[in-house]
Design a protein around this ligand. Structure first.
Ligand code: ADP
Ligand code: MG
Length: 346
């Protein structure tokens, strides 16, 4: 073998080893550093008087940790703002006034009052006395039609004008024995806060939280696709019966319906969303109201308001406050705010 041949062989061998080395390093890098495909973790718990589902995914940390943090946050809010718990609202209802209220309580009361004003009282956070009379305050309460006299009396201690709230002096008081009930807004607020908790742990986390029909988006599916939300058929057998679809990349949607808490007597359905003017379940042909909003708190509160205001001014007026409305009527016809359909396209 000539010397030229030997050196040629040596050189090609070196090249071969170099290629092998580079490709194995590349392969190992790919195997170790490639992004794991995003998987969604689901967790459902009974919280806030309903089933709450957190669906979350993270490329940074365990989604179990994120879901647990979200659940803990919602539990904290339920305890703090529930009318039946031992939190700040229960305390206010016992004493009739509170000094030195904290920032969060202040924010929630302020928001509730603002929505009450914006909806001319269709949303009213002082109906606790009435809600108790009808037995809608608790799953286990006896549901019954109160007498006219009872309703008349209860109306004497309801109405948001009975709330005095002075933000600067951190003061709130209730006149005429009024009692605060944040049941139509606190669930949405809890969803917002739980999402904020998740985002604080991992800003890039995606998913959604569904608290019994109050849904807030953590982030788009796989980072780029919308979450498909079904609007329930109010007379359907289950949540699977859907009449319309909404595609959400962010923000929130909430539905208030007459099928959630109700009883039927003499073929009449009595449900938990009350008309603050009459003290009776709101009866204007609406059987469900769905609102798309910037936050779950706003969607939640405006959905209750839209249920009470109905077509006019609900569908037409509420978009001013960032609330797009879909109403389902008794005859199953539907009405939508202008712009609602934008969320019905992928
Ligand atoms: P759900 O809790 O079924 O999602 P809502 O968000 O509409 O329903 O809240 C209904 C609850 O709010 C009632 O159970 C009661 O505590 C309270 N509520 C009833 N009527 C009104 C009203 N007109 N405005 C504000 N809160 C109301
Ligand atoms: Mg609501």
């Amino acid at each position: 073998m000539s010397r030229r041949n030997t050196s040629h062989l040596l050189r090609s061998r070196t090249i071969l080893y170099a290629v092998l080395l580079v490709s194995s390093v590349a392969l190992l890098t790919f195997v170790f550093f490639r992004q794991k495909p995003l998987e969604y973790y689901d967790r459902t718990e009974y919280l806030l008087g309903t089933y709450v589902t957190v669906r979350v995914s993270s490329s940074k940390m365990s989604p179990v940790t994120l879901a647990e943090a979200a659940m803990a946050e919602m539990e904290r809010i339920d305890d703090k703002f529930g009318s039946r718990s031992n939190g700040v609202i229960a305390e206010l209802n016992r004493s009739g006034e509170l000094h030195d209220i904290d920032k969060e309580t202040s924010f929630l009361i302020k928001s509730a009052l603002e929505i009450a004003r914006n909806t001319s009282g269709a949303f009213d956070p002082t109906l606790y006395e009435l809600t108790k009379l009808w037995g809608f305050d608790d799953e286990s309460s006896e549901k019954r039609i109160p007498s006219e006299k009872e309703i008349e009396e209860a109306l004497g201690s309801t109405g948001f004008s009975r709330i005095t709230f002075v933000e600067e002096s951190q003061y709130v008081s209730l006149a005429d024995g009024a009692m605060l009930d944040l049941g139509a807004i606190a669930k949405g607020y809890a969803v917002d806060m739980a999402i904020a908790k998740i985002k604080a742990l991992d800003d890039g986390a995606t998913g959604f939280i569904d608290a019994g029909g109050d849904i807030g988006v953590i982030g788009p599916k796989y980072g780029s696709r919308p979450w498909i939300v079904g609007v329930r058929d109010p007379r359907g057998e289950s949540v699977q019966d859907v009449i319309e679809y909404i595609y959400l990349y962010d923000g929130a949607v909430a539905t208030s319906g007459d099928y959630e808490r109700f009883f039927i007597e003499d073929n009449v359905r009595y449900h938990h969303i009350l008309d603050p003017e009459t003290g009776y379940p709101s009866r204007n042909g609406v059987i469900s109201a769905t609102v798309i909003g910037k936050s779950a708190m706003l969607a939640d509160a405006y959905a209750t308001a839209a249920f009470v205001t109905g077509m006019e001014p609900g569908v037409t007026f509420l978009p001013r406050f960032g609330a797009l409305v879909l109403l389902v009527m008794e005859d199953m016809s539907t009405f939508k705010s202008p712009g609602f359909e934008v969320y019905q396209e992928r």
